[in-house]
Design a protein around this ligand. Structure first.
Ligand code: GDP
Ligand code: MN
Length: 346
């Protein structure tokens, strides 16, 4: 006992609780959620699961983001779901508004066609803004200035397994940049020009390609050749970004900043429906050492309609190994085998 006090003299009202100040080895990290006021009950469900299985042992703060001010009801209900600190942040207009170089007429015409071809959310402008913000803007919010690691949490997701170690410390101590649970194919119709734009960008910046990158995972054309063809050279296999644990130093690096700006100017966040998941995944797959990307096999997770469900006595409420409880065809959407083939276990 470093304080020299006899055991048992410390009075603690809550056995598991240690105030932040007592933990000198804390990692600069936050749980992070972009969420709407009307999703508060679904957000609280996600919080309850993550607090029960993990955060009640570590008390990392929660940071909530919204393009509209959070209501008192939202604040009250989310504060009640954790003993960690909660902060509520408004997204500045310049991070959320459609950029000036986007042509409104062209946006409406092209998304109408996308919508007709079955692209989900094609004509929902807020969805396009959300994907753009998650791709290249969230980590620029002034509230995250002194924060390095984040764990993204959406409303209405589930966590099934007790996690007894500090996930952020794991990332830091093992020099990991990014952690994921689920790998899926994307709908190529959402991103026909994303890979062609990426190829142009790489031609301008050949030095950004990492020696140890997972480039072959990004460009695989063996398992789903029709996806690669429709996406003009991108496998569409991506880290499903509604779950992500990441080091924002990667997003704040020059290669990623240049890449995001290139894509943003090209317009595909609006004229097509590029998701933040394929954008993040391509960048990680090209500009990062693949061994710095980690599969959290031990974090049992669900975002409808997919699961990551490990075989462990620490897990309750999901079926081991099952990817989906939706229709059988959804099983074909899993591309984790590609990741393991090209990039190993991370
Ligand atoms: P999906 O998972 O692709 O179907 O998309 P979601 O509807 O779940 O949206 C992804 C995340 O962004 C969720 O955390 C939503 O709460 C959040 N989100 C989406 N659109 C908006 C928006 O217009 N405003 C705010 N504040 N959050 C949004
Ligand atoms: Mn979602």
């Amino acid at each position: 006992d470093p304080t020299g006090e006899p055991e048992g003299t410390l009075v603690r009202t809550n056995e598991n609780y240690t105030p932040d100040a007592e933990k000198p080895d804390r990692i600069d990290a936050t749980l992070l959620a972009l969420v709407r006021n009307e999703e508060v009950d679904a957000m609280v469900m996600s919080m309850r699961d993550l607090e029960r299985t993990w955060n009640s042992k570590f008390n990392y703060p929660w940071t909530f983001f919204n393009d509209k001010p959070f209501t008192e009801e939202f604040k009250r209900k989310t504060r009640a779901a954790t003993k960690a600190k909660c902060t509520y942040e408004l997204i500045p207009d310049e991070h959320w508004d459609t950029p000036s170089w986007i042509d409104d007429q062209l946006y409406r015409e092209s998304t109408k066609i996308l919508g007709k071809s079955g692209v989900q959310y094609a004509d929902k402008i807020s969805y396009h803004k959300m994907c753009r913000w998650n791709s290249g803007l969230f980590y620029k919010h002034p509230a995250l200035k002194d924060t390095r690691y984040y764990w993204r949490v959406e409303p209405n997701v589930h966590f099934f397994c007790d996690i007894d170690y500090d996930v952020f410390r794991y990332m830091h101590d093992n020099n990991k940049t990014y952690g994921f649970t689920i790998n899926l194919y994307d709908d190529p119709k959402t991103l026909p020009s994303l890979w062609p734009e990426t190829v142009k960008f790489l031609a301008e910046h050949p030095d950004y390609l990492h020696d140890q990158s997972a480039r072959k995972w990004v460009t695989d054309d063996i398992r789903r050749p029709e996806h690669n063809k429709a996406a003009h050279g991108f496998s569409t296999c991506h880290f499903w970004s509604n779950f992500e644990v990441g080091d924002m130093e990667f997003w704040r690096s020059k290669p990623y900043e240049d890449y995001f700006n290139h894509l943003d100017r090209a317009g595909g966040f609006f004229y097509e429906r590029w998701g933040d998941a394929p954008v993040h995944s391509i960048a990680l797959g090209l500009f990062e050492d693949s061994s710095k990307i980690h599969w959290f096999r031990d974090i049992g997770y669900q975002h409808i309609p997919f699961f990551n469900c490990p075989n462990s006595p620490k897990c309750r409420g999901c079926v081991t190994g099952r990817l989906t409880d939706g229709e059988a065809f959804l099983h074909h959407e899993d591309c984790r085998p590609n990741w393991f083939q090209y990039a190993g276990m991370g």
